[in-house]
Ligand binder design. Structure first.
Ligand SMILES: Nc1nc2c(ncn2[C@@H]2O[C@H](COP(=O)(O)OP(=O)(O)OP(=O)(O)O)[C@@H](O)[C@H]2O)c(=O)[nH]1
Ligand SMILES: [Mg+2]
Length: 481
C-alpha cells in the first residue's frame, strides 16, 4: 500500500529518539488535544494514527510512534545482510518481518511499519540538547527506508544547539526546519506542509489540496466565531429579566434578585460562547480553570468577573476612544455628568469607582442596568431589569471575546497547561483597531440596542467582528509563555 499515492490522503510518521516531542508535534498538526504527551520518556509505546478531519473530510494523517530504543543493533543487522543500495528498503522490511514478534525490537518495528506502508517521515530532534553520534544511527536507518523525509528541530528546553544540529541533519535530510510543537503558529504549519510537498512528487497534489482546505477551514472557523461573538454581544445589549409584582409589593427586593439573575445570565452566556469557540477550534479538553469558580457563578476563565473594575479598565474603551467612536459626545465626557449619563464606562478615572463602593455598586445602584416597572398587565405590574445601559458594556464583552478567541485560535493542541490568562495581554488592544472599524462596531451596537431588524443588525455586527478577529494587535504577545 502506498499511503502517499494519489488515491489516499497524505500520511506522515513522526519518529525520533524518545521524549523529543514527537507526540506533541502529532497533537499540533492533527489538532488533537487528547494525545498522551509527557515528560516521561517512553510514553508512546504503540504506533497510532491521527487523522485531521475537517468538515467531514480527512485532510492528512499523522502516525505517532514510539522512540528508537535499539537503533544500533538494528543498523548492524541491516548492514550484515547482503545487498546493494537498491535493496536497502527491502532489508528494512525484512527486519520488521523477522522481528515483529520480538519484544526487544517492538519499538523499532512499531515505528518502521508505517514508514514501510508509505508514510513520509518527520524526524524530530530537540535543538536545546547537544547533537550526538547516537542520532546518526537513527538517521541512517531512516535513509535506508528510502521514504521522503524532513527533519524537525523542536525546542524543548533552554539550550541552543541548533547550528550544530543543522550541520548534522543537513547530511541526511534535504529539508531541515525548526518547528516548535508548542508555539508554532498556523502559517508555520502551512509552511511545513508546503515544504513537504516539494519533497514528495507523488504526494504533492494531495498535500496541496490539504493545505488549501486547511486555509479554508481557518477562515470558516473565524467566521463562525464571529457569529458566536456577535450573538453574545447582541444578547448583552438586549438581555432583560422580568418578574411580576404583587399589587402592593415594593420593587426593591425583587429588583436586587433580577439584577443578580441578569448578571448571572450574561456571565453564563459568555462562558457558553467561549465553549462554542473552543469546540470550533477543536480544543475539547481545555481546563477552563473551573475549579476556581464558586458554584458556577460569574467567575470566569479569565479570572476576572465580567463586571469587575479591572475588566472595565482593561477591555473597555477609554473616554477618548468613546468620543472618537461616536459612543459619547465630547461635552458629556468632559463634563461632570458622568455618573448620570455614562455609568460604569466613565469610572475609569481614579476615585469614581471608590466613590460608588466598587464594581457591584454600579449594578446595585441601578447605574448599569435600566430598571422599569411596566404598566398594568393581566396579572399586575411587571418589573423589568435590563438591558445594561452602559456604553462601554458591549466593548467590554467584545474585548474579552476577542482576546479569548486569539488565545484559542493560536493555541496548539500540544499544550497541556490550563488556560490561565493574563488580562494585561489585552491592555490597549482596542488601540490597534482602525477608528473606522470601531465606529462601524459602535453603529452596530446602537442598531441592536434600538431593536429594529435584529437579524440584519446582528449579521452586520458579525461581519464587523470577523474583521476585528483578523486584526492582530501588536501589544498582544500570546504565543510565548
Ligand atoms: N517547552 C516545550 N516543551 C515541549 C515541546 N515539545 C514537547 N515538549 C515537552 O517534552 C516532553 C515530551 O514530549 P512528547 O511529545 O511526549 O515526546 P515524545 O517524543 O512523544 O516522547 P515518547 O513518546 O516518550 O517517545 C513533554 O513534557 C512535552 O510537554 C516544545 O516545543 N516546547
Ligand atoms: Mg510520544
Amino acid at each position: 500500500m502506498n499511503k502517499m499515492g494519489a488515491d489516499s490522503i497524505p500520511s506522515f510518521a513522526v519518529v525520533g529518539h524518545p521524549n523529543k516531542g514527537k507526540s506533541s508535534i502529532v497533537a499540533t498538526l492533527a489538532e488533537d488535544d487528547d494525545i498522551a504527551v509527557s515528560a516521561v520518556p517512553g510514553t508512546t509505546r504503540q504506533s497510532r494514527e491521527f487523522t485531521l478531519v475537517v468538515d467531514g473530510q480527512p485532510l492528512y494523517q499523522l502516525v505517532d510512534t514510539p522512540g528508537f530504543q535499539r537503533a544500533g543493533e538494528l543498523l548492524e543487522w541491516l548492514q550484515a545482510q547482503p545487498g546493494d543500495a537498491a535493496t536497502r528498503p527491502q532489508r528494512v522490511s525484512d527486519f520488521v518481518q523477522q522481528f515483529a514478534a520480538d519484544p526487544r525490537f517492538s519499538d523499532e518495528c512499531q515505528l518502521l511499519q508505517p514508514i514501510l506502508a508509505g508514510c513520509g517521515i518527520l524526524y524530530v530532534v530537540d535543538g536545546t540538547k547537544p547533537y550526538g553520534p547516537e542520532y546518526e544511527v537513527e538517521m541512517e536507518i531512516l535513509r535506508w527506508t528510502g521514504q521522503p523525509r524532513m527533519a524537525l528541530i523542536n525546542m524543548i528546553g533552554e539550550g541552543d544547539f541548533v547550528a550544530q544540529w543543522r550541520e548534522a541533519l543537513g547530511q541526511y535530510f534535504s529539508i531541515v526546519r525548526q518547528f516548535d510543537a508548542m508555539y508554532a503558529d498556523f502559517d508555520t504549519r502551512i509552511d511545513l506542509l508546503n515544504a513537504f510537498a516539494e519533497l514528495d512528487e507523488a504526494g504533492k497534489p494531495a498535500l496541496q489540496q490539504a493545505v488549501s482546505l486547511l486555509r479554508t477551514e481557518r477562515e470558516r472557523r473565524l467566521q463562525r466565531s464571529a457569529g458566536v461573538i456577535a450573538q453574545l454581544v447582541a444578547h448583552g445589549l438586549t438581555a432583560t429579566q422580568t418578574t411580576r409584582l404583587g399589587e402592593l409589593q415594593s420593587a426593591q427586593e425583587p429588583q436586587a434578585k433580577l439584577e443578580a439573575r441578569l448578571k448571572e445570565d450574561l456571565a453564563s452566556s459568555e462562558l457558553r460562547a467561549r465553549g462554542r469557540i473552543e469546540d470550533l477550534y477543536r480544543h475539547f479538553h481545555l481546563d477552563r480553570l473551573s475549579s476556581g469558580q464558586d458554584g458556577g457563578s460569574a467567575a470566569t476563565m479569565m479570572n476576572q468577573d465580567l463586571f469587575a473594575t479591572e475588566s472595565w479598565q482593561v477591555f473597555g474603551l477609554s473616554r477618548q476612544q468613546l468620543v472618537v467612536t461616536g459612543a459619547l459626545s465630547g461635552a458629556v465626557a468632559g463634563s461632570g455628568l458622568d455618573l448620570v449619563l455614562g455609568g460604569a464606562s466613565l469610572m475609569l478615572g481614579a476615585g469614581i469607582g471608590a466613590a460608588l463602593g466598587g464594581a457591584s455598586a454600579w449594578f446595585g445602584a441601578g447605574e448599569l442596568a435600566k430598571v422599569r416597572v411596566l404598566g398594568q398587565q393581566l396579572g399586575g405590574r411587571v418589573l423589568e431589569v435590563g438591558p445594561v445601559q452602559d456604553v462601554n458594556f458591549p466593548w467590554v464583552v467584545l474585548g474579552r471575546a476577542w482576546l479569548h478567541h486569539r488565545l484559542i485560535a493560536e493555541r496548539n493542541h500540544a499544550r497541556r497547561e490550563s488556560m490561565a490568562l493574563d488580562a494585561q495581554l489585552a491592555t490597549h488592544q482596542m488601540d490597534s483597531v482602525p477608528k473606522e472599524l470601531r465606529r462601524r462596531l459602535q453603529r452596530c451596537f446602537v442598531a441592536i440596542r434600538k431593536g429594529d431588524d435584529a437579524a440584519q443588525a446582528e449579521q452586520r455586527l458579525a461581519e464587523a467582528i470577523a474583521e476585528l478577529l483578523r486584526t492582530a494587535p501588536d501589544t498582544m504577545h500570546t504565543t510565548t509563555p
